[in-house]
Design a protein. Sequence first.
Length: 819
Amino acid sequence: MTTQIDDLIAAMTLDEKASLTAGATLWYVASIPRLGIPALKVSDGPSGVRGDSMIGRRSLSLPCGTAIGSTWNPELVSRLGDVLAAEAAAKSVNVLLGPTVCIIRTPLAGRTFESYSEDPLLTALLAVAYIQGVQRGGVACCIKHFACNDQEYERMTISAQVDERTLHEIHLVPFEAAVSEASVWALMTAYNKVNGTYCGEQPDLIGRVLRDRWGFDGLVMSDWFGTHSTAPAVQAGLDLEMPGPSAWLGPSLAAAVRAGEVEEAVVDGQVRHLLTLMDRVGILGGAAVQGASPDVVGVGRGAERETNDTWSRQVAREVATEGTVLLVNRQLLPVDPATVRTIAVIGPNAGALAMGGGSSEVTPYRRRRVADALAERFPAAEVVYEEGCRITKHLPTLDLRLLDGEAYQVEYFDNAERAGDPVITEQAYNGRMAWVGLPHSSLTEGGSHSVRVSGRFTPDVSGTWRLGLESAGAAELRIDGELVIDNSRPERGTGFYGAGSTLVETDYPFEAGTASEISIEVWPRKSGWPILGARLAAGRPEVANSFERAVAAAAAADLAVVVVGLNSEWESEGFDRHDLRLPGEQDRLVEAVIAANDRTVVVVNAGSPVDLPWAEQAGAVLMCWYPGEEGADGLADIVVGAAEPGGRLPVTFPYTVGDGATGESARAYPGTDGEVVYEEGVMVGYRHFNTLGIEPRFCFGYGLSYGDFHHGDVHTTSRGIAMEVTNVAARRGTLVLQVYLRAVEPEVVRPDRELIGFRKVVLDPEQTETVEIELDASSFRYWHVDGHAWRTDPGQYQLLIGASSQDIWATADINVGVD
Ligand code: BGC
């Protein structure tokens, strides 16, 4: 294939080569039909594969990063990779934009939920498994964001000031493993700077570390709109600017070559990386694409499918349950359905479990109510639902479950007046719809267009609803033919990538159960406007005494399940949180429900650590993270004991943010004067808590099981350590045996303990197993600054073996000799 790639490069003009160094559109790279080079298609990720639709083509919504981190199960995550490869194939996607492997420094960072853990080893092993799973399906992973994209505050400009040891020993570890152990095919540079230089123009990080030291031969692409220069970027090693049309590479790169600023050989190298990637995903080597225009030859254009198969759902549910952490259990869980006649399901997140916001979001096949999932598992019980309180920051998008078919019909017109018959009709499963460029490929390029979105809406509550219409372009909302919101002269707002209007609101009376026809028409305000968009918001009327009703329902029930947390309005790409508190009245609600019913299970649906001031009083607390669309059923499985809560915390839950690694220092987080200084060095997460002796609320590696384990002595073997464990409970149980390293007299400052190995086992009642954990010389290593390399010092070490970073069952002394 190298010859074919060389031949292709030799056959290309400079302009053709340059065209392959930038996206053509949001999700496609340019094609060269005369040479049979199709358009590579990329897609977010990582919690599913969205495809290129911006109106909601459905795909399986999968557990978020911290949920995956909580599984501590590389074998399962590798099967999740198989699912993702199948999802990508269904959407004709060649490159999945994930996994996100930045190390969690602070729980406040907006994308904490996308990352796996505060520990580099755990993150690395899961990332390797994820990548191996996806790539064996012929789909590339694009690992991101390289490097230190650890917060959203000033993410496009801030410089992470980080020393060499911290960078290599903590933050680069997952990337290094992805290259050396999983041969990842693509990598995305981060928005931010590291030590003063943008990540997309770092000769040191991309050139010396990634390419030379690790031997990466894949493609380096920028984050979206994260390229800042032409010559410096490509000379540092950036291959591809995303998205298109290009701002810095593409034609500007060809011009830079002609001006003598960049050697053509550099561009050849970039194209070689792209063609190698295309070869790896099996799209190179086709015949020349006859008669196709360069920007239309998308491999998957028009060929996206919805799969929704049982096998994928099963894996998704397994990850959801294996990622759920049982934090507290005062002999409440699991619950025998025979003992329960009424269940009160309470809380703002019980209506539909939330996901985090931003590019990782996909449109799910179904939005399951926790009450419905529980009702299936408790067939004899009466299940009542009370919201209790609300945590919406803004008027929420209309709940599509209230539309016939849970979807809008979208009609596309080849005129601006919505006149005559539509050219084509499709369905939208997302309440926020956007159309960039030509709204639909069946429309006539260059003409005028418009869109009508309609649906039959049956409200579930009577009263005055608050409606809001936000659009890109002019828009009108009609209900049963009557004009209700006129946004034909929109005022500039912030949505739809800055092209959107303000939200125009009005009140409207609806009666529960009586259907109305909703119609939203959207058309461009000026010709050539490249984006149209519409979002109908609909806030249900306030329920009188909602809080009191919830508490009363809890008091009257045999079992209360209260589901609290965050959602995409509180936790998202684009901004950080301000504190650990659950927003709104949620803490007060949980406290009142616990006081009303001591059989209360609190479910926390958030992507990162939150404050849980009532945890000690609750009957049980389950941390389910953002578990994806199988999450509600996974939760019900756990409540009745059909599944184990298999998760262990991949991140410390502190009492206060100040207790954590970044402390109270504004320089360490969120940064000052454009810099965020990694003052904690290698003392991230539990390394910090244990070294300084600070007590967290729940420690790293912690999680309860329905099983109960007894253990024997620890033995060192030729390959590592071994320990006999027995499940002495009457139920199946999960154990994640963990090994931490303590250097007894280190030559440099080292953390009190560092995770160096783990194994997850599931044992039946009375089952005994000898759990072996392999260790090798690299388990003892640290990054040596003088040698600029990993190093293992000879000397005394202690191994700490246990069920969490603090629940240590046994220790073993090890003497590492001189080689
Ligand atoms: C995010 C990336 C994402 C890209 C494309 C960016 O805003 O940082 O993670 O892959 O958008 O959606």
